[in-house]
Design a protein around this ligand. Structure first.
Ligand code: SF4
Length: 210
């Protein structure tokens, strides 16, 4: 899978499916463990991400690293990507036709990585991957089962770290939602419950009744 993901990243590096190809420095495909159980999906690369080719390297990225460390994880333990792989000019919001053009790349990444839990950071990733138009304020912290990449995945919407940077109340909620991630990963990794033993009635003869 790692080799396939790498080959796919090389393919996407030259993608010109939408207008964002014109203004980008480079495609920001994703980073982390190609076999990760936990995948984060943000919105789009910003200035620093576009320069370095790595998602979440600015202030929001530093906060994401801190939140990960708080639950005993590092970047190398998870996979991090965005809905869009090329930077929108001036960090504007993604446009619907850009999301439509790029979503195939994200779905292919999910199919190759096969994460158990996908944490969507903010509105754009949450709406795309849940297939519903409910905003992040309504659905954050509420896991839901969805089919992604042909497999059941636990989708877990949380606030985008960029939104929490300067809003202490939102940061508190983000930290609380983050703290549930180990439990969710543990839940999907738990072995299925043992089937209940089938109780057979003892034949009356065996019981010495006749
Ligand atoms: S945003 Fe996505 S679809 Fe558009 S050019 Fe970049 S990689 Fe291709």
């Amino acid at each position: 899978m790692a080799a396939e993901l790498e080959a796919y990243a090389a393919e996407v590096a030259t993608c010109t499916r939408c207008r964002l190809a014109e203004g980008r420095t480079q495609v920001v495909f994703g980073v982390g463990d190609p076999n990760a159980d936990l995948m984060f999906v943000g919105e789009a690369p910003g200035f620093h991400e576009d320069q370095q080719g790595i998602p979440f390297v600015g202030q929001a990225g530093k906060l994401l690293d801190k939140l990960l460390a708080g639950i005993g994880l590092a970047r190398a333990d998870v996979y991090i990507t965005n809905v869009l792989k090329s930077r929108p000019p001036g960090n504007r919001d993604p446009k619907p036709d850009e999301i439509e053009a790029c979503e195939g790349h994200l779905f292919r990444q999910v199919a190759l990585i096969q994460p158990k839990v996908v944490a969507t950071l903010g509105n754009f990733a949450t709406k795309l991957l849940s297939g519903k138009q409910l905003g992040i304020t309504r659905v954050h912290g509420q896991e839901q089962e969805v089919i992604l990449g042909g497999r059941p995945v636990l989708l877990y919407p949380i606030y985008h770290p960029a939104a929490a940077l300067y809003t202490p109340a939102m940061l508190k909620v983000l930290e609380e939602d983050f703290r549930r991630l180990p439990e969710l990963i543990g839940r999907v990794n738990a072995p299925p419950p043992e089937p209940a033993p089938v109780l057979m009635a003892e034949p009356a003869v065996q019981l010495g009744l006749f």
